[in-house]
Design a protein around this ligand. Structure first.
Ligand code: PLP
Ligand code: COI
Length: 357
């Protein structure tokens, strides 16, 4: 049995930005959820409190050895209230990540309940304009005060929320991607399949040198042979080749995306041939040269579907679908965002209502 979630509300609410002025992850709501862990009490003291800075001892473990984990999901305004999209999958992935990082797991039902309670308190912050949503960022940091290297004995779990615009205000638009052949994001046996800060810190160098060359993101290759495609930026990646859809298998170094899983289910339902397998960058280049590379796109909670207009592999500039959003990417984006906002039938029971006041 989990403890009841206490609620301490702000005296004065902040001014909310207009729906038309939102960006991604810069504005935060009035409240946040917090909960503590120690070895004697387990997870305890869950509460919703005014949004505020965290107090952190400079010797807290997370400041030194990166024992941190996070999740990302969205609440969408619907006609009747608000919806979450497959939050139990985030709970499951959070526990998998936490196990990998030696952080104590939490009851997955309580994880979802905590999110619903935090969103309920800040329900006025869920934007309504098409394409907008409330981005929810649950995270854990290790805060034992100790410089020895070992799993921490104290943790803090926090949920913050940020009203966000559609990733691309003018609708989805193709991106330019640089195939990274020097740096790698993850290796099998490493932490690539976990959502932990270090993976993202380690990815910044490649991302910034791609940006210097005028590219939006990098396409990551595997860490051993640097031959097989893994992910695009912080998204999973799909290709349409010869009418078939191909996406890399998870294999231990790819983050198991919830959008990825949903996209595979939908495409199979639409009678596409979906191949989940190793796919080499050489095969992609060959398909391009033969005129068989029809589409490529990334999938993730933030952008939902992000079409790829160009892949640069060692100077071979592969323009895909004349730098236009493809048919499959468009249909997926429309259907998925329709389900998430309750505008399109949800045959998979993926959405979950958030009780509002
Ligand atoms: N890959 C990485 C590295 C990510 O950080 C994310 C984002 O969470 C994804 C893929 C996509 O996952 P999801 O669809 O669950 O948002
Ligand atoms: C995603 O939601 O697709 C992400 O990659 C999260 C993020 C902003 C790192």
């Amino acid at each position: 049995m989990m403890e009841e979630i206490k609620v301490e509300k702000v005296d004065k609410r902040k001014a909310r930005p207009a729906d038309g002025e939102l960006s991604f992850g810069r504005t935060f709501t009035d409240h946040m959820f917090t909960m503590e862990y120690d070895e004697n009490k387990g997870w305890h003291d869950p509460k919703v409190v005014p949004y505020q800075p965290l107090e952190l001892d400079p010797a807290a473990a997370c400041c030194h050895y990166g024992q941190t984990t996070f999740e990302g999901l969205k609440a969408y305004r619907s006609n009747n209230g608000a919806l979450l999209f497959r939050p139990e999958k985030n709970a499951e992935r959070f526990n998998n990540t936490n196990r990998r990082m030696c952080i104590p797991e939490m009851d997955p039902e309580f994880f979802v309940q905590a999110i619903k309670e935090a969103v309920r308190v800040d329900q006025d912050w869920i934007p309504a304009k098409e394409g907008t949503s409330l981005y929810i960022r649950p995270f854990i940091l290790a805060n034992e005060v100790y410089l020895g290297l070992k799993p921490s004995s104290h943790y803090k779990f926090v949920i913050i929320m940020s009203p966000v615009a559609a990733y691309y205000p003018q609708g989805i638009k193709p991106t330019r991607i640089y195939v990274e052949t020097e740096y790698v994001r993850a290796v099998r046996g490493g932490t690539g399949s976990a959502k932990t800060g270090g993976n993202y810190a380690g990815s910044l160098k490649a991302q910034s040198s791609a940006a210097d060359k005028g590219y939006d993101e990098v396409l990551w290759l595997d860490g051993v042979e640097r031959e097989y495609v893994e992910e695009v930026g912080a998204m999973n990646v799909f290709f349409k080749i010869d009418g078939k859809i191909v996406t890399p298998e998870l294999g231990g170094s790819v983050l198991p995306g919830i959008t990825r899983d949903s996209v595979i289910t939908m495409l199979e339902d639409w009678d596409y041939d979906v191949e989940v397998r190793k796919i080499s960058i050489e095969d992609i280049a060959q398909a391009y040269k033969d005129g068989r590379l029809e589409e490529a796109f990334g999938t993730g909670t933030a952008a939902i579907i992000s079409p790829i207009g160009e892949l640069n592999y060692n100077g071979l500039k592969m323009e895909i679908n004349d730098f236009e959003t493809g048919e499959v990417a468009s249909k997926l984006y429309k259907t998925l965002t329709g389900i998430q906002t309750g505008k399109v039938d949800d045959p998979y029971n993926w959405t979950e209502e958030i009780p509002l006041d």
